[in-house]
Design a binder for this molecule. Structure first.
Ligand SMILES: CC(C)(COP(=O)(O)OP(=O)(O)OC[C@H]1O[C@@H](n2cnc3c(N)ncnc32)[C@H](O)[C@@H]1OP(=O)(O)O)[C@@H](O)C(=O)NCCC(=O)NCCS
Length: 329
């Protein structure tokens, strides 16, 4: 079978109902709507209800993607989840989602640790598994970051929000095809965007909890900013070159939504018009692995993607990891 007979069959997305504005953050930490808007472009974000957990968010997005694909949970052969805020340390979120959806006893696994690049990487892995085995695979990007961050650290807490996005991959006559993909890692910079607490390098302790270090995100915002622009732009050029396409051919670029200024810098670096880039950061903030699949779902719902369009996904996260994919609708 050729690769062109496989692709994305359905899309889903979900963000929790509760909207938290920048002004609300100013009640918790020394910040302001002006600072957050000017530095990040974020105006509001979604925050999961106390009763919701990661699998709840993932299940809603997954069910929408399955319905869109016309595939039942029982027909799935594999479940892949990209997340850095899993349901539990072990087993992985895929196990909880398999049971929740009522899928068969399928292969299920999480891809964690690649931060906001996780979904695009999982899409690439999932697509190669589909082609290899002619299967139907559910790929989810989900984060419930607001439960796992320090609500008193103004440098990080205002940036994030909760959400989930999903796609169903499989064989079809006219699927959305993956024309090209790329992914890379540079572990030499691991220390400047990381969460160490709970790992073998820094096991949990009472002292750590007293100092609130169990929620700490190691973070050098300026260097992350610089690397994010460079890597997302380079990865985009890489997939275009692999597919023999030009940036003018691309109808829509869907970048990871970390910061409006990062998105604008990527747009300028790739010489894109405003209408060629999708932005929802104002309403959702940085939703980690959920950012790209949620934006992809919304862009399609809003009619921003037409049949025949080329759509480019590009993402960057902890590691550093980066990944890009070129889709033919
Ligand atoms: C985080 C980010 C918005 C900070 O913007 P910045 O222009 O680099 O700001 P700085 O970190 O230099 O901080 C500037 C000042 O604002 C202060 N500040 C930080 N967070 C603040 C907040 N929420 N409200 C008000 N002031 C804040 C800092 O303390 C600093 O004060 P000082 O000058 O008195 O020391 C920006 O670096 C960024 O978006 N980085 C990449 C995003 C990212 O890493 N996302 C996660 C992974 S993809």
């Amino acid at each position: 079978m050729t690769r062109s007979r496989f692709g994305i069959l359905g899309f889903g997305g979900y963000a929790p109902e509760r909207v938290m504005t920048n002004d609300e953050w100013a009640e918790y930490v020394d910040t302001s709507d002006e600072w957050i808007t000017a530095r990040t472009g974020i105006k509001r974000r979604r925050v999961a209800d106390d009763r919701e957990t990661t699998v709840d968010l993932a299940a809603v997005a997954a069910e929408k993607a399955l319905a869109d694909a016309g595939v039942s949970a029982a027909e799935l052969d594999e479940i892949v989840i990209a997340t850095d805020t899993p349901e539990a340390y072990a087993p992985d979120t895929a196990a909880f989602l398999q049971h929740r959806l009522g899928a068969g006893e399928v292969t299920g696994y999480d891809l964690g640790g690649s931060g906001c690049a996780g979904f695009v990487l999982a899409l690439d892995v999932g697509m190669s598994r589909v082609v290899q085995r002619s299967r139907r695979i559910l790929v989810v990007g989900v984060e419930l970051i607001t439960r796992m961050m320090d609500w008193s650290d103004r440098a990080t807490c205002v940036l994030f929000g909760d959400a989930a996005g999903a796609v169903v991959l499989g064989p079809a006559e006219a699927p959305v095809e993956l024309l090209a993909s790329t992914a890379g890692t540079d572990g030499s910079q691991a220390d400047i965007l990381a969460r160490f607490a709970g790992g073998t390098r820094k096991p949990f302790s009472l002292e750590m909890a007293e100092r609130r270090e169990h929620l700490e995100i190691a973070f050098n915002g300026r260097e992350v900013f610089r690397q994010a622009v460079k890597r997302m732009s380079e990865a985009s050029r890489d997939v275009l070159e692999q597919a023999g396409k030009r940036i003018e051919d691309v109808a829509l670029v869907i970048p990871h939504q970390a910061n409006r200024r990062i998105i604008d810098s990527v747009r300028k670096s790739l010489r894109l018009g405003e209408e060629q880039i999708y932005v929802n950061i104002e309403d959702y903030g940085n939703t980690g692995s959920a950012s790209v699949p949620l934006a992809l779902f919304q862009a399609r719902e809003e009619g921003r993607i037409e049949p025949g369009d080329l759509v480019l996904l590009t993402a960057f996260g902890a590691g550093f990891h980066w990944a890009a994919a070129l889709l033919q609708f």
